[in-house]
Design a protein around this ligand. Structure first.
Ligand code: ADP
Length: 292
């Protein structure tokens, strides 16, 4: 309710008028001050947005250059292998130099490996782009981890491990079923095992399936390979990043595997934990925290 003030005394009236004028003036100043403050805040925000836009543009440009450099290397070198072998086979056939079919077989195997390397790179580019545009649609269901994913991936990589003389093993403490997206979980383990074998020149690659202390399903892929430096570990999930870069690097790869693994873990509410020491080896642990 509004309280009315009755003013009888003239002096009191003047005093009230003065106070009212002071309040009006103060309010006006406050408004101006407020406008100024709001303008300053807006300006600061605009400057921050401009700086962020510039940083994003620089990052996008850097990513584009890295993408082009990596892709041209990863696509051009296997294509060169295919073309060189095709040319070689043609010349040798023309000159009648192939005595046995095993001479030819070796050349075809190299062509097949190179062809698969190109397909893998293209598939990985498509996968990361699907994830980045949000168009990947996971299909959630119960998965028997041993039968549906780990045993087939293990069989697929066994030949690679044998050819490098690596002690390759898988051990199940538990036989779990996880609720998740089969394709992306398969990709997580293919990429981790592919890397473990690729970056191990001697020793072992061990896979262990166990129950973590909080009873979650955990899978550890451990190797005795070249290891990863602490500085690089901080950016290991960035697309196209590799610890050793440039055309002269010692290993094939496009730098997309772990970027995909990280995003596929998010889709399946799984955590990834990496421990590594240079020249000693690495261990990648995936823990499934369960989907709602
Ligand atoms: P790439 O195609 O180069 O293997 P990834 O995204 O799969 O790309 O891995 C990124 C980088 O992380 C690799 O280039 C390599 O430097 C490092 N890395 C990944 N896994 C391992 C591992 N098991 N041992 C050592 N280094 C690894």
């Amino acid at each position: 309710m509004l309280n009315r003030i009755y003013i009888n005394d003239v002096d009191e009236k003047n005093l009230f008028e003065e106070v009212a004028n002071d309040i009006a003036y103060a309010l006006h100043k406050f408004d101006l001050q407020n406008d100024k403050q709001i303008a300053e805040i807006r300006l600061k925000k605009m400057v921050q947005e401009l700086i962020k836009a510039k940083d994003d543009a620089v990052k996008a440009n850097k990513l584009k250059s890295e993408f082009l450099a990596q892709m041209s290397h990863e696509i051009r070198s296997p294509l060169n292998i295919i073309l060189n072998y095709t040319n070689f086979i043609k010349i040798e056939l023309d000159e009648g130099n192939f005595d046995t079919s095993s001479d030819l077989k070796g050349s075809f195997e190299s062509i097949e490996i190179a062809g698969n390397r190109i397909i893998r790179t293209i598939n990985m580019i498509l996968n990361i782009s699907e994830l980045q545009t949000g168009s990947y649609e996971p299909v959630y269901k119960n998965i028997n981890l041993k039968q549906d994913i780990l045993d087939p991936v293990f069989r697929q990589y066994k030949v690679n491990a044998i050819s490098k003389n690596i002690d390759f093993s898988i051990h199940y403490d538990i036989l779990p079923t996880v609720y998740g997206d089969e394709y992306s979980i398969g990709q997580i383990f293919s990429n981790l095992i592919d890397n473990a074998i690729k970056y191990t020149n001697k020793g072992f690659v061990k896979i262990r399936v166990f129950s973590s202390p909080d009873k979650s399903v955990a899978i550890r892929v451990e190797d005795s390979g070249i290891g990863i430096s602490q500085e690089y570990l901080e950016k290991i999930f960035e697309p196209f990043s590799q610890e050793e870069q440039g055309y002269s690097r010692s290993y094939d790869g496009n730098g997309l595997g772990l970027a995909l693994v990280k995003r596929y873990c998010t889709i399946n509410n799984a955590e990834i934990d990496i421990r590594s020491e240079k020249a000693k080896g690495s261990s990648f642990q995936i823990t499934f925290n369960g989907l709602e």
